[in-house]
Write a protein that binds this ligand. Structure first.
Ligand SMILES: Nc1ncnc2c1ncn2[C@@H]1O[C@H](COP(=O)(O)OP(=O)(O)OP(=O)(O)O)[C@@H](O)[C@H]1O
Ligand SMILES: [Mg+2]
Length: 383
């Protein structure tokens, strides 16, 4: 999969722009606050359906404007033709919600979810360096983003689980005053929630197995193979249940939801479920969260991101586009070269960086970023 061209008609600090990407390594180079991440963010929207950093679409409109838009031309190696996807953002009065229109090859797509999967990307930004040392939420969100792109059913189950969870939590809170409604409907909630949770658990567990094997290999290639990382899925259903066993997990959750209501009512919240899962990451059998050095920690996070891309490639038959925002300065030279060396052949990466000295050799498409404008030094400018 290759992102060929990003056209911008108003997006954050970018007024109008036409950015041509090449297969292989693309580098958006520029000082701080010029529009490097903004361009990467725009590309990511076509994979994730929404920005990876904006809380609302309003943030995406250029200051003081009521119209914005982005269009991406992509080429899949599996299809003969290009696909063109676009997003338009319109604000009627500057206050009420932004109207967003998504199109694929000229046709309006009512549900963004149906568009996902056409363009696949793996995003790696500085926040992802918290994958190893941060809280379980970081690792769950890694799983959710990776799985949602390759399995639309997963995303549907996840959304359903969170909607059910919210309703059930409200009932648990209300039950502190009067538990009649909870007692009447509790089993129904338990049944629906445990069904969703079991599917999500089994899918996450299977994904983590594949991920663990690939992380081992990538880590070995990157570091010369002195230590051995291992990832295992930790289900909130407990260690006595095999998380791969969907039926077993469903029964376990149903039991927890129906026999521990007093505890849950006292807490006013659902105490077990996929919102409490985690991935245990170990390095030579020691918990990486507690013992890994900064270098080891980064190597694991980077291995996880590269492995996420490889799994997506195995499933869809082609490489996703890798979007690396500002992570090169966080990695040492050997790891930087390791990344760059992987992007010959059909794979594409788009990297943002403030440091041109990291990108002095090899075949690179250098794009200089200055105040929301994108210049191609090879075509007349200079770096
Ligand atoms: N909605 C918006 N309208 C106009 N400008 C915006 C909007 N949102 C953000 N900006 C501005 O766009 C500029 C570029 O932001 P961006 O995050 O792309 O910087 P960057 O080049 O990645 O810099 P850094 O190296 O610091 O990460 C910033 O000055 C930011 O304040
Ligand atoms: Mg940036």
């Amino acid at each position: 999969m290759i992102a060929k061209r990003l056209e911008v008609f108003g997006f954050r600090n970018i007024g109008q722009a036409n950015i041509e990407f090449s297969p292989g390594v693309n580098v958006l180079i520029g000082d701080n606050a010029q529009g490097k991440t903004n361009a990467l963010e725009a590309v990511y929207i076509f994979a994730g359906g929404k920005s990876f950093r904006a809380k609302s679409d309003r943030e995406l409109l250029p200051f003081g404007e009521n119209y914005g838009g982005i269009r991406l031309t992509m080429q899949s190696s599996l299809k003969k033709r290009e696909d063109i996807m676009s997003f338009e953002y319109i604000s009627d009065d500057g206050r009420s919600a932004i109207k967003r229109t998504a199109k694929k090859n000229g046709t309006v797509e009512r549900k963004i979810g149906d568009m996902l999967g056409t363009f696949r990307a793996v995003l790696f930004c500085p926040e992802h360096l918290a994958l190893v040392k941060g809280g379980p939420g970081e690792r769950r969100s890694f799983l959710d983003i990776a799985l949602s792109q390759i399995k639309p059913v997963y995303l549907k189950n996840l959304q359903r689980f969170h909607a059910l969870l919210q309703e059930r939590n409200k009932l648990l809170k209300d039950a502190r005053e009067d538990r009649r409604i909870f007692d009447m409907t509790g089993e129904l909630w338990a049944e629906q929630l445990s069904e969703c949770a079991a599917y999500i658990t089994a899918t996450r567990a299977e994904y983590t197995d594949t991920l663990s094997e690939l992380v081992k290999e990538n880590f070995r290639l990157m570091t010369g193979g002195r230590e051995n990382p291992e990832l295992s899925f930790k289900s909130s259903a407990g260690s006595d249940i095999d998380p791969h066993d969907e039926n077993g997990v469903r029964e376990k959750y149903f039991e927890l939801y129906t026999t521990s209501s007093d505890r849950e009512i006292a807490a006013g919240t659902t105490l077990w479920g996929v919102h409490r899962d985690d991935i245990m990451i170990e390095l030579d059998s020691k918990e990486a969260r507690l013992y890994a050095s900064q270098g080891q920690d980064r190597s694991i996070a980077l291995s996880m991101k590269l492995s996420e891309g490889e799994i997506s490639e195995k499933i869809s038959g082609e490489s996703p586009v890798y979007l690396f925002d500002d992570v090169m300065s966080e990695l040492d030279e050997s790891r930087r070269n390791f990344i760059l060396s992987r992007f010959d052949g059909g794979r594409q990466i788009i990297i943002t960086s403030c440091e041109p000295e990291f990108f002095r050799y090899g075949e690179l498409n250098i794009i200089k970023v200055e105040g929301g404008r994108y210049l191609f030094p090879e075509k007349g400018g200079s770096l």
